[in-house]
Structures are given as structure tokens and as C-alpha cells.
Write a protein that binds this ligand. Structure first.
Ligand code: 13P
Length: 248
């Protein structure tokens, strides 16, 4: 039985003061949460997250990682640096990184590999744009994104990862995929992995992301192949995020 995992992706939001209040609020409400919970914070706040969350049931992580181990790569942050702050997770291939910063499937696979080599659990984001959905190529796009990682790291590598299906058209738009739309893609992803390794597929946590909030979480999380959420905007409000965690 897969345990549900709800992760907050704070994106480029927060401040020391705001984070202090948000994390305190989350810690205070965790008593009633049975699902796994994590927050992926901006790099400068990893020390704060570590100090605040060590010993709690909330894990933490980052939103990006370099594919390089070390060296002259100005502005980059390595996986071993994330380990210095005891990160559990790191998001790789978020659609904002793919679209705004030009990250290719190949680069995302390299980041996935670098994260795993350092013992971090990558949260691999996949998902189609509105144009791609309307052209009927959602499965082709998601398969291509998955295949890049499988080709580089092997299907067994997915056992130590999380996949997040995030339809780009649902991110930050208030437009959520219907539970049926999301379930169909989640089932497709799991079937694709199952064709290569049934055990990996059964245990793979596949999160949904894209305007998930307290009001729609239970219905989405009730689908057989939706194993949690990767939450943007709603992760910045303690009560809202906790309500999603409880629904999970
Ligand atoms: P929203 O929940 O704000 O739509 O963002 C989803 C997301 O991109 C999480 O990674």
C-alpha cells in the first residue's frame, strides 16, 4: 500500500519572518495528519527549515539542483550542498524550469541522476501544456519526459523517486484537472512503468499538482492512482495546506 505524500512547493515565495509563522502553523497542526508531508523551500531558507523541522514529521527539500557535482558553475547549487542541510527531497524538471529556464528532458534526467547519486529523493515533474493537451499528445509528452529519466537512470531508479504529474495549464491558473483527467494520466504513467517493472510501478508515488487546494483535494486524492499532491499557492497558507494533508 502506497503512503500518500503531500509536498509544498513554495516557489520564490517567503521570508524569514513569513516562513517562521508558516512552519509554526504547520507543526502545530500535524497531529491529525497521517500522510507524509514535505516542504520544498527556496535555497536560502533550507537552514531555517532544517532548524525548525528537525525531529518533526515534516520533511524538507529544495526546488532545483545542479546536474554538476562541483566546480565553476556560478549560481548553481549541488546535491551535496542540499545534503549539508539534511534535505530529503528535491524537485527536478518543474514546468517553470523547463519553460522559463529552458531545461531539456536530458538536463532534467541529469539532475535526477545527480540528486539520487547524493542520496536525495527526486520529485520528477512531468506534464503537458494546454496546446499539447488540445493537440491530443498528452501521453506522448509525458512518456517522452519519463523516458528521458528511464533511459539515463534505469526503471529501478524510480523506486527511489516520486513522480509529480503537473498539467502546465492547471498550474497557478485556478483550473484544476478533473479527477478523471488526472487519474487517466496517472494510470498511464503507472502502466508505462509497470510494463518495465511491476513492483516499481505498484510502489511508485505519483503526485498530482496544479491548483490543488482544500476544496478539491479529497476528490483528487480519492482516485486510485493519485498518491498525493505537489502544492503551490495553497502550500503558503498553513490551514489550507494542512487541510490537504488531512484529506490525504
Ligand atoms: P499551484 O498549486 O499554485 O497551481 O502550483 C502547482 C505547482 O506548480 C506545484 O509544483
Amino acid at each position: 500500500m502506497r503512503r500518500k505524500l503531500v509536498a509544498g512547493n513554495w516557489k520564490m515565495h517567503g521570508s524569514l519572518t513569513e516562513n517562521e509563522a508558516l512552519l509554526s502553523g504547520l507543526l502545530a497542526g500535524m497531529g491529525s495528519v497521517k500522510a507524509g508531508v514535505a516542504v520544498c523551500v527556496p535555497f536560502p531558507y533550507l537552514a531555517q527549515a532544517q532548524a525548525k523541522l528537525t525531529g518533526s514529521s515534516i520533511a524538507w527539500g529544495a526546488q532545483n539542483v545542479s546536474q554538476q557535482v562541483k566546480g565553476a558553475f556560478t549560481g548553481e547549487v549541488s546535491a551535496s550542498m542540499l545534503n549539508d542541510f539534511a534535505c530529503t527531497y528535491v524537485i527536478v524538471g518543474h514546468s517553470e524550469r523547463r519553460a522559463i529556464y529552458g531545461e531539456s528532458d536530458t538536463l532534467v534526467a541529469e539532475k535526477f541522476a545527480a540528486a539520487q547519486a547524493a542520496g536525495l529523493t527526486p520529485i520528477l515533474c512531468v506534464g503537458e501544456s494546454l496546446e499539447e493537451r488540445e493537440s491530443g499528445i498528452t501521453e506522448t509528452v509525458v512518456a517522452r519526459q519519463m523516458d528521458a529519466v528511464i533511459a539515463k537512470c534505469g526503471v529501478a531508479s524510480l523506486a527511489k523517486s516520486v513522480v509529480a504529474y503537473e498539467p502546465v495549464w492547471a498550474i497557478g491558473t485556478g483550473k484544476t484537472a478533473s479527477p478523471e483527467q488526472a487519474q487517466a494520466v496517472h494510470a498511464f504513467i503507472r502502466a508505462k512503468v509497470r510494463a518495465l517493472d511491476a513492483a516499481v510501478a505498484e510502489n511508485l508515488i505519483i503526485q498530482y499538482g496544479g491548483s490543488m487546494k482544500a476544496a478539491n483535494a479529497a476528490e483528487l486524492l480519492g482516485q486510485p492512482d493519485i498518491d498525493g499532491g505537489l502544492i503551490g499557492g495553497a502550500a503558503l497558507v498553513a490551514d489550507e495546506f494542512l487541510a490537504i494533508c488531512r484529506a490525504a
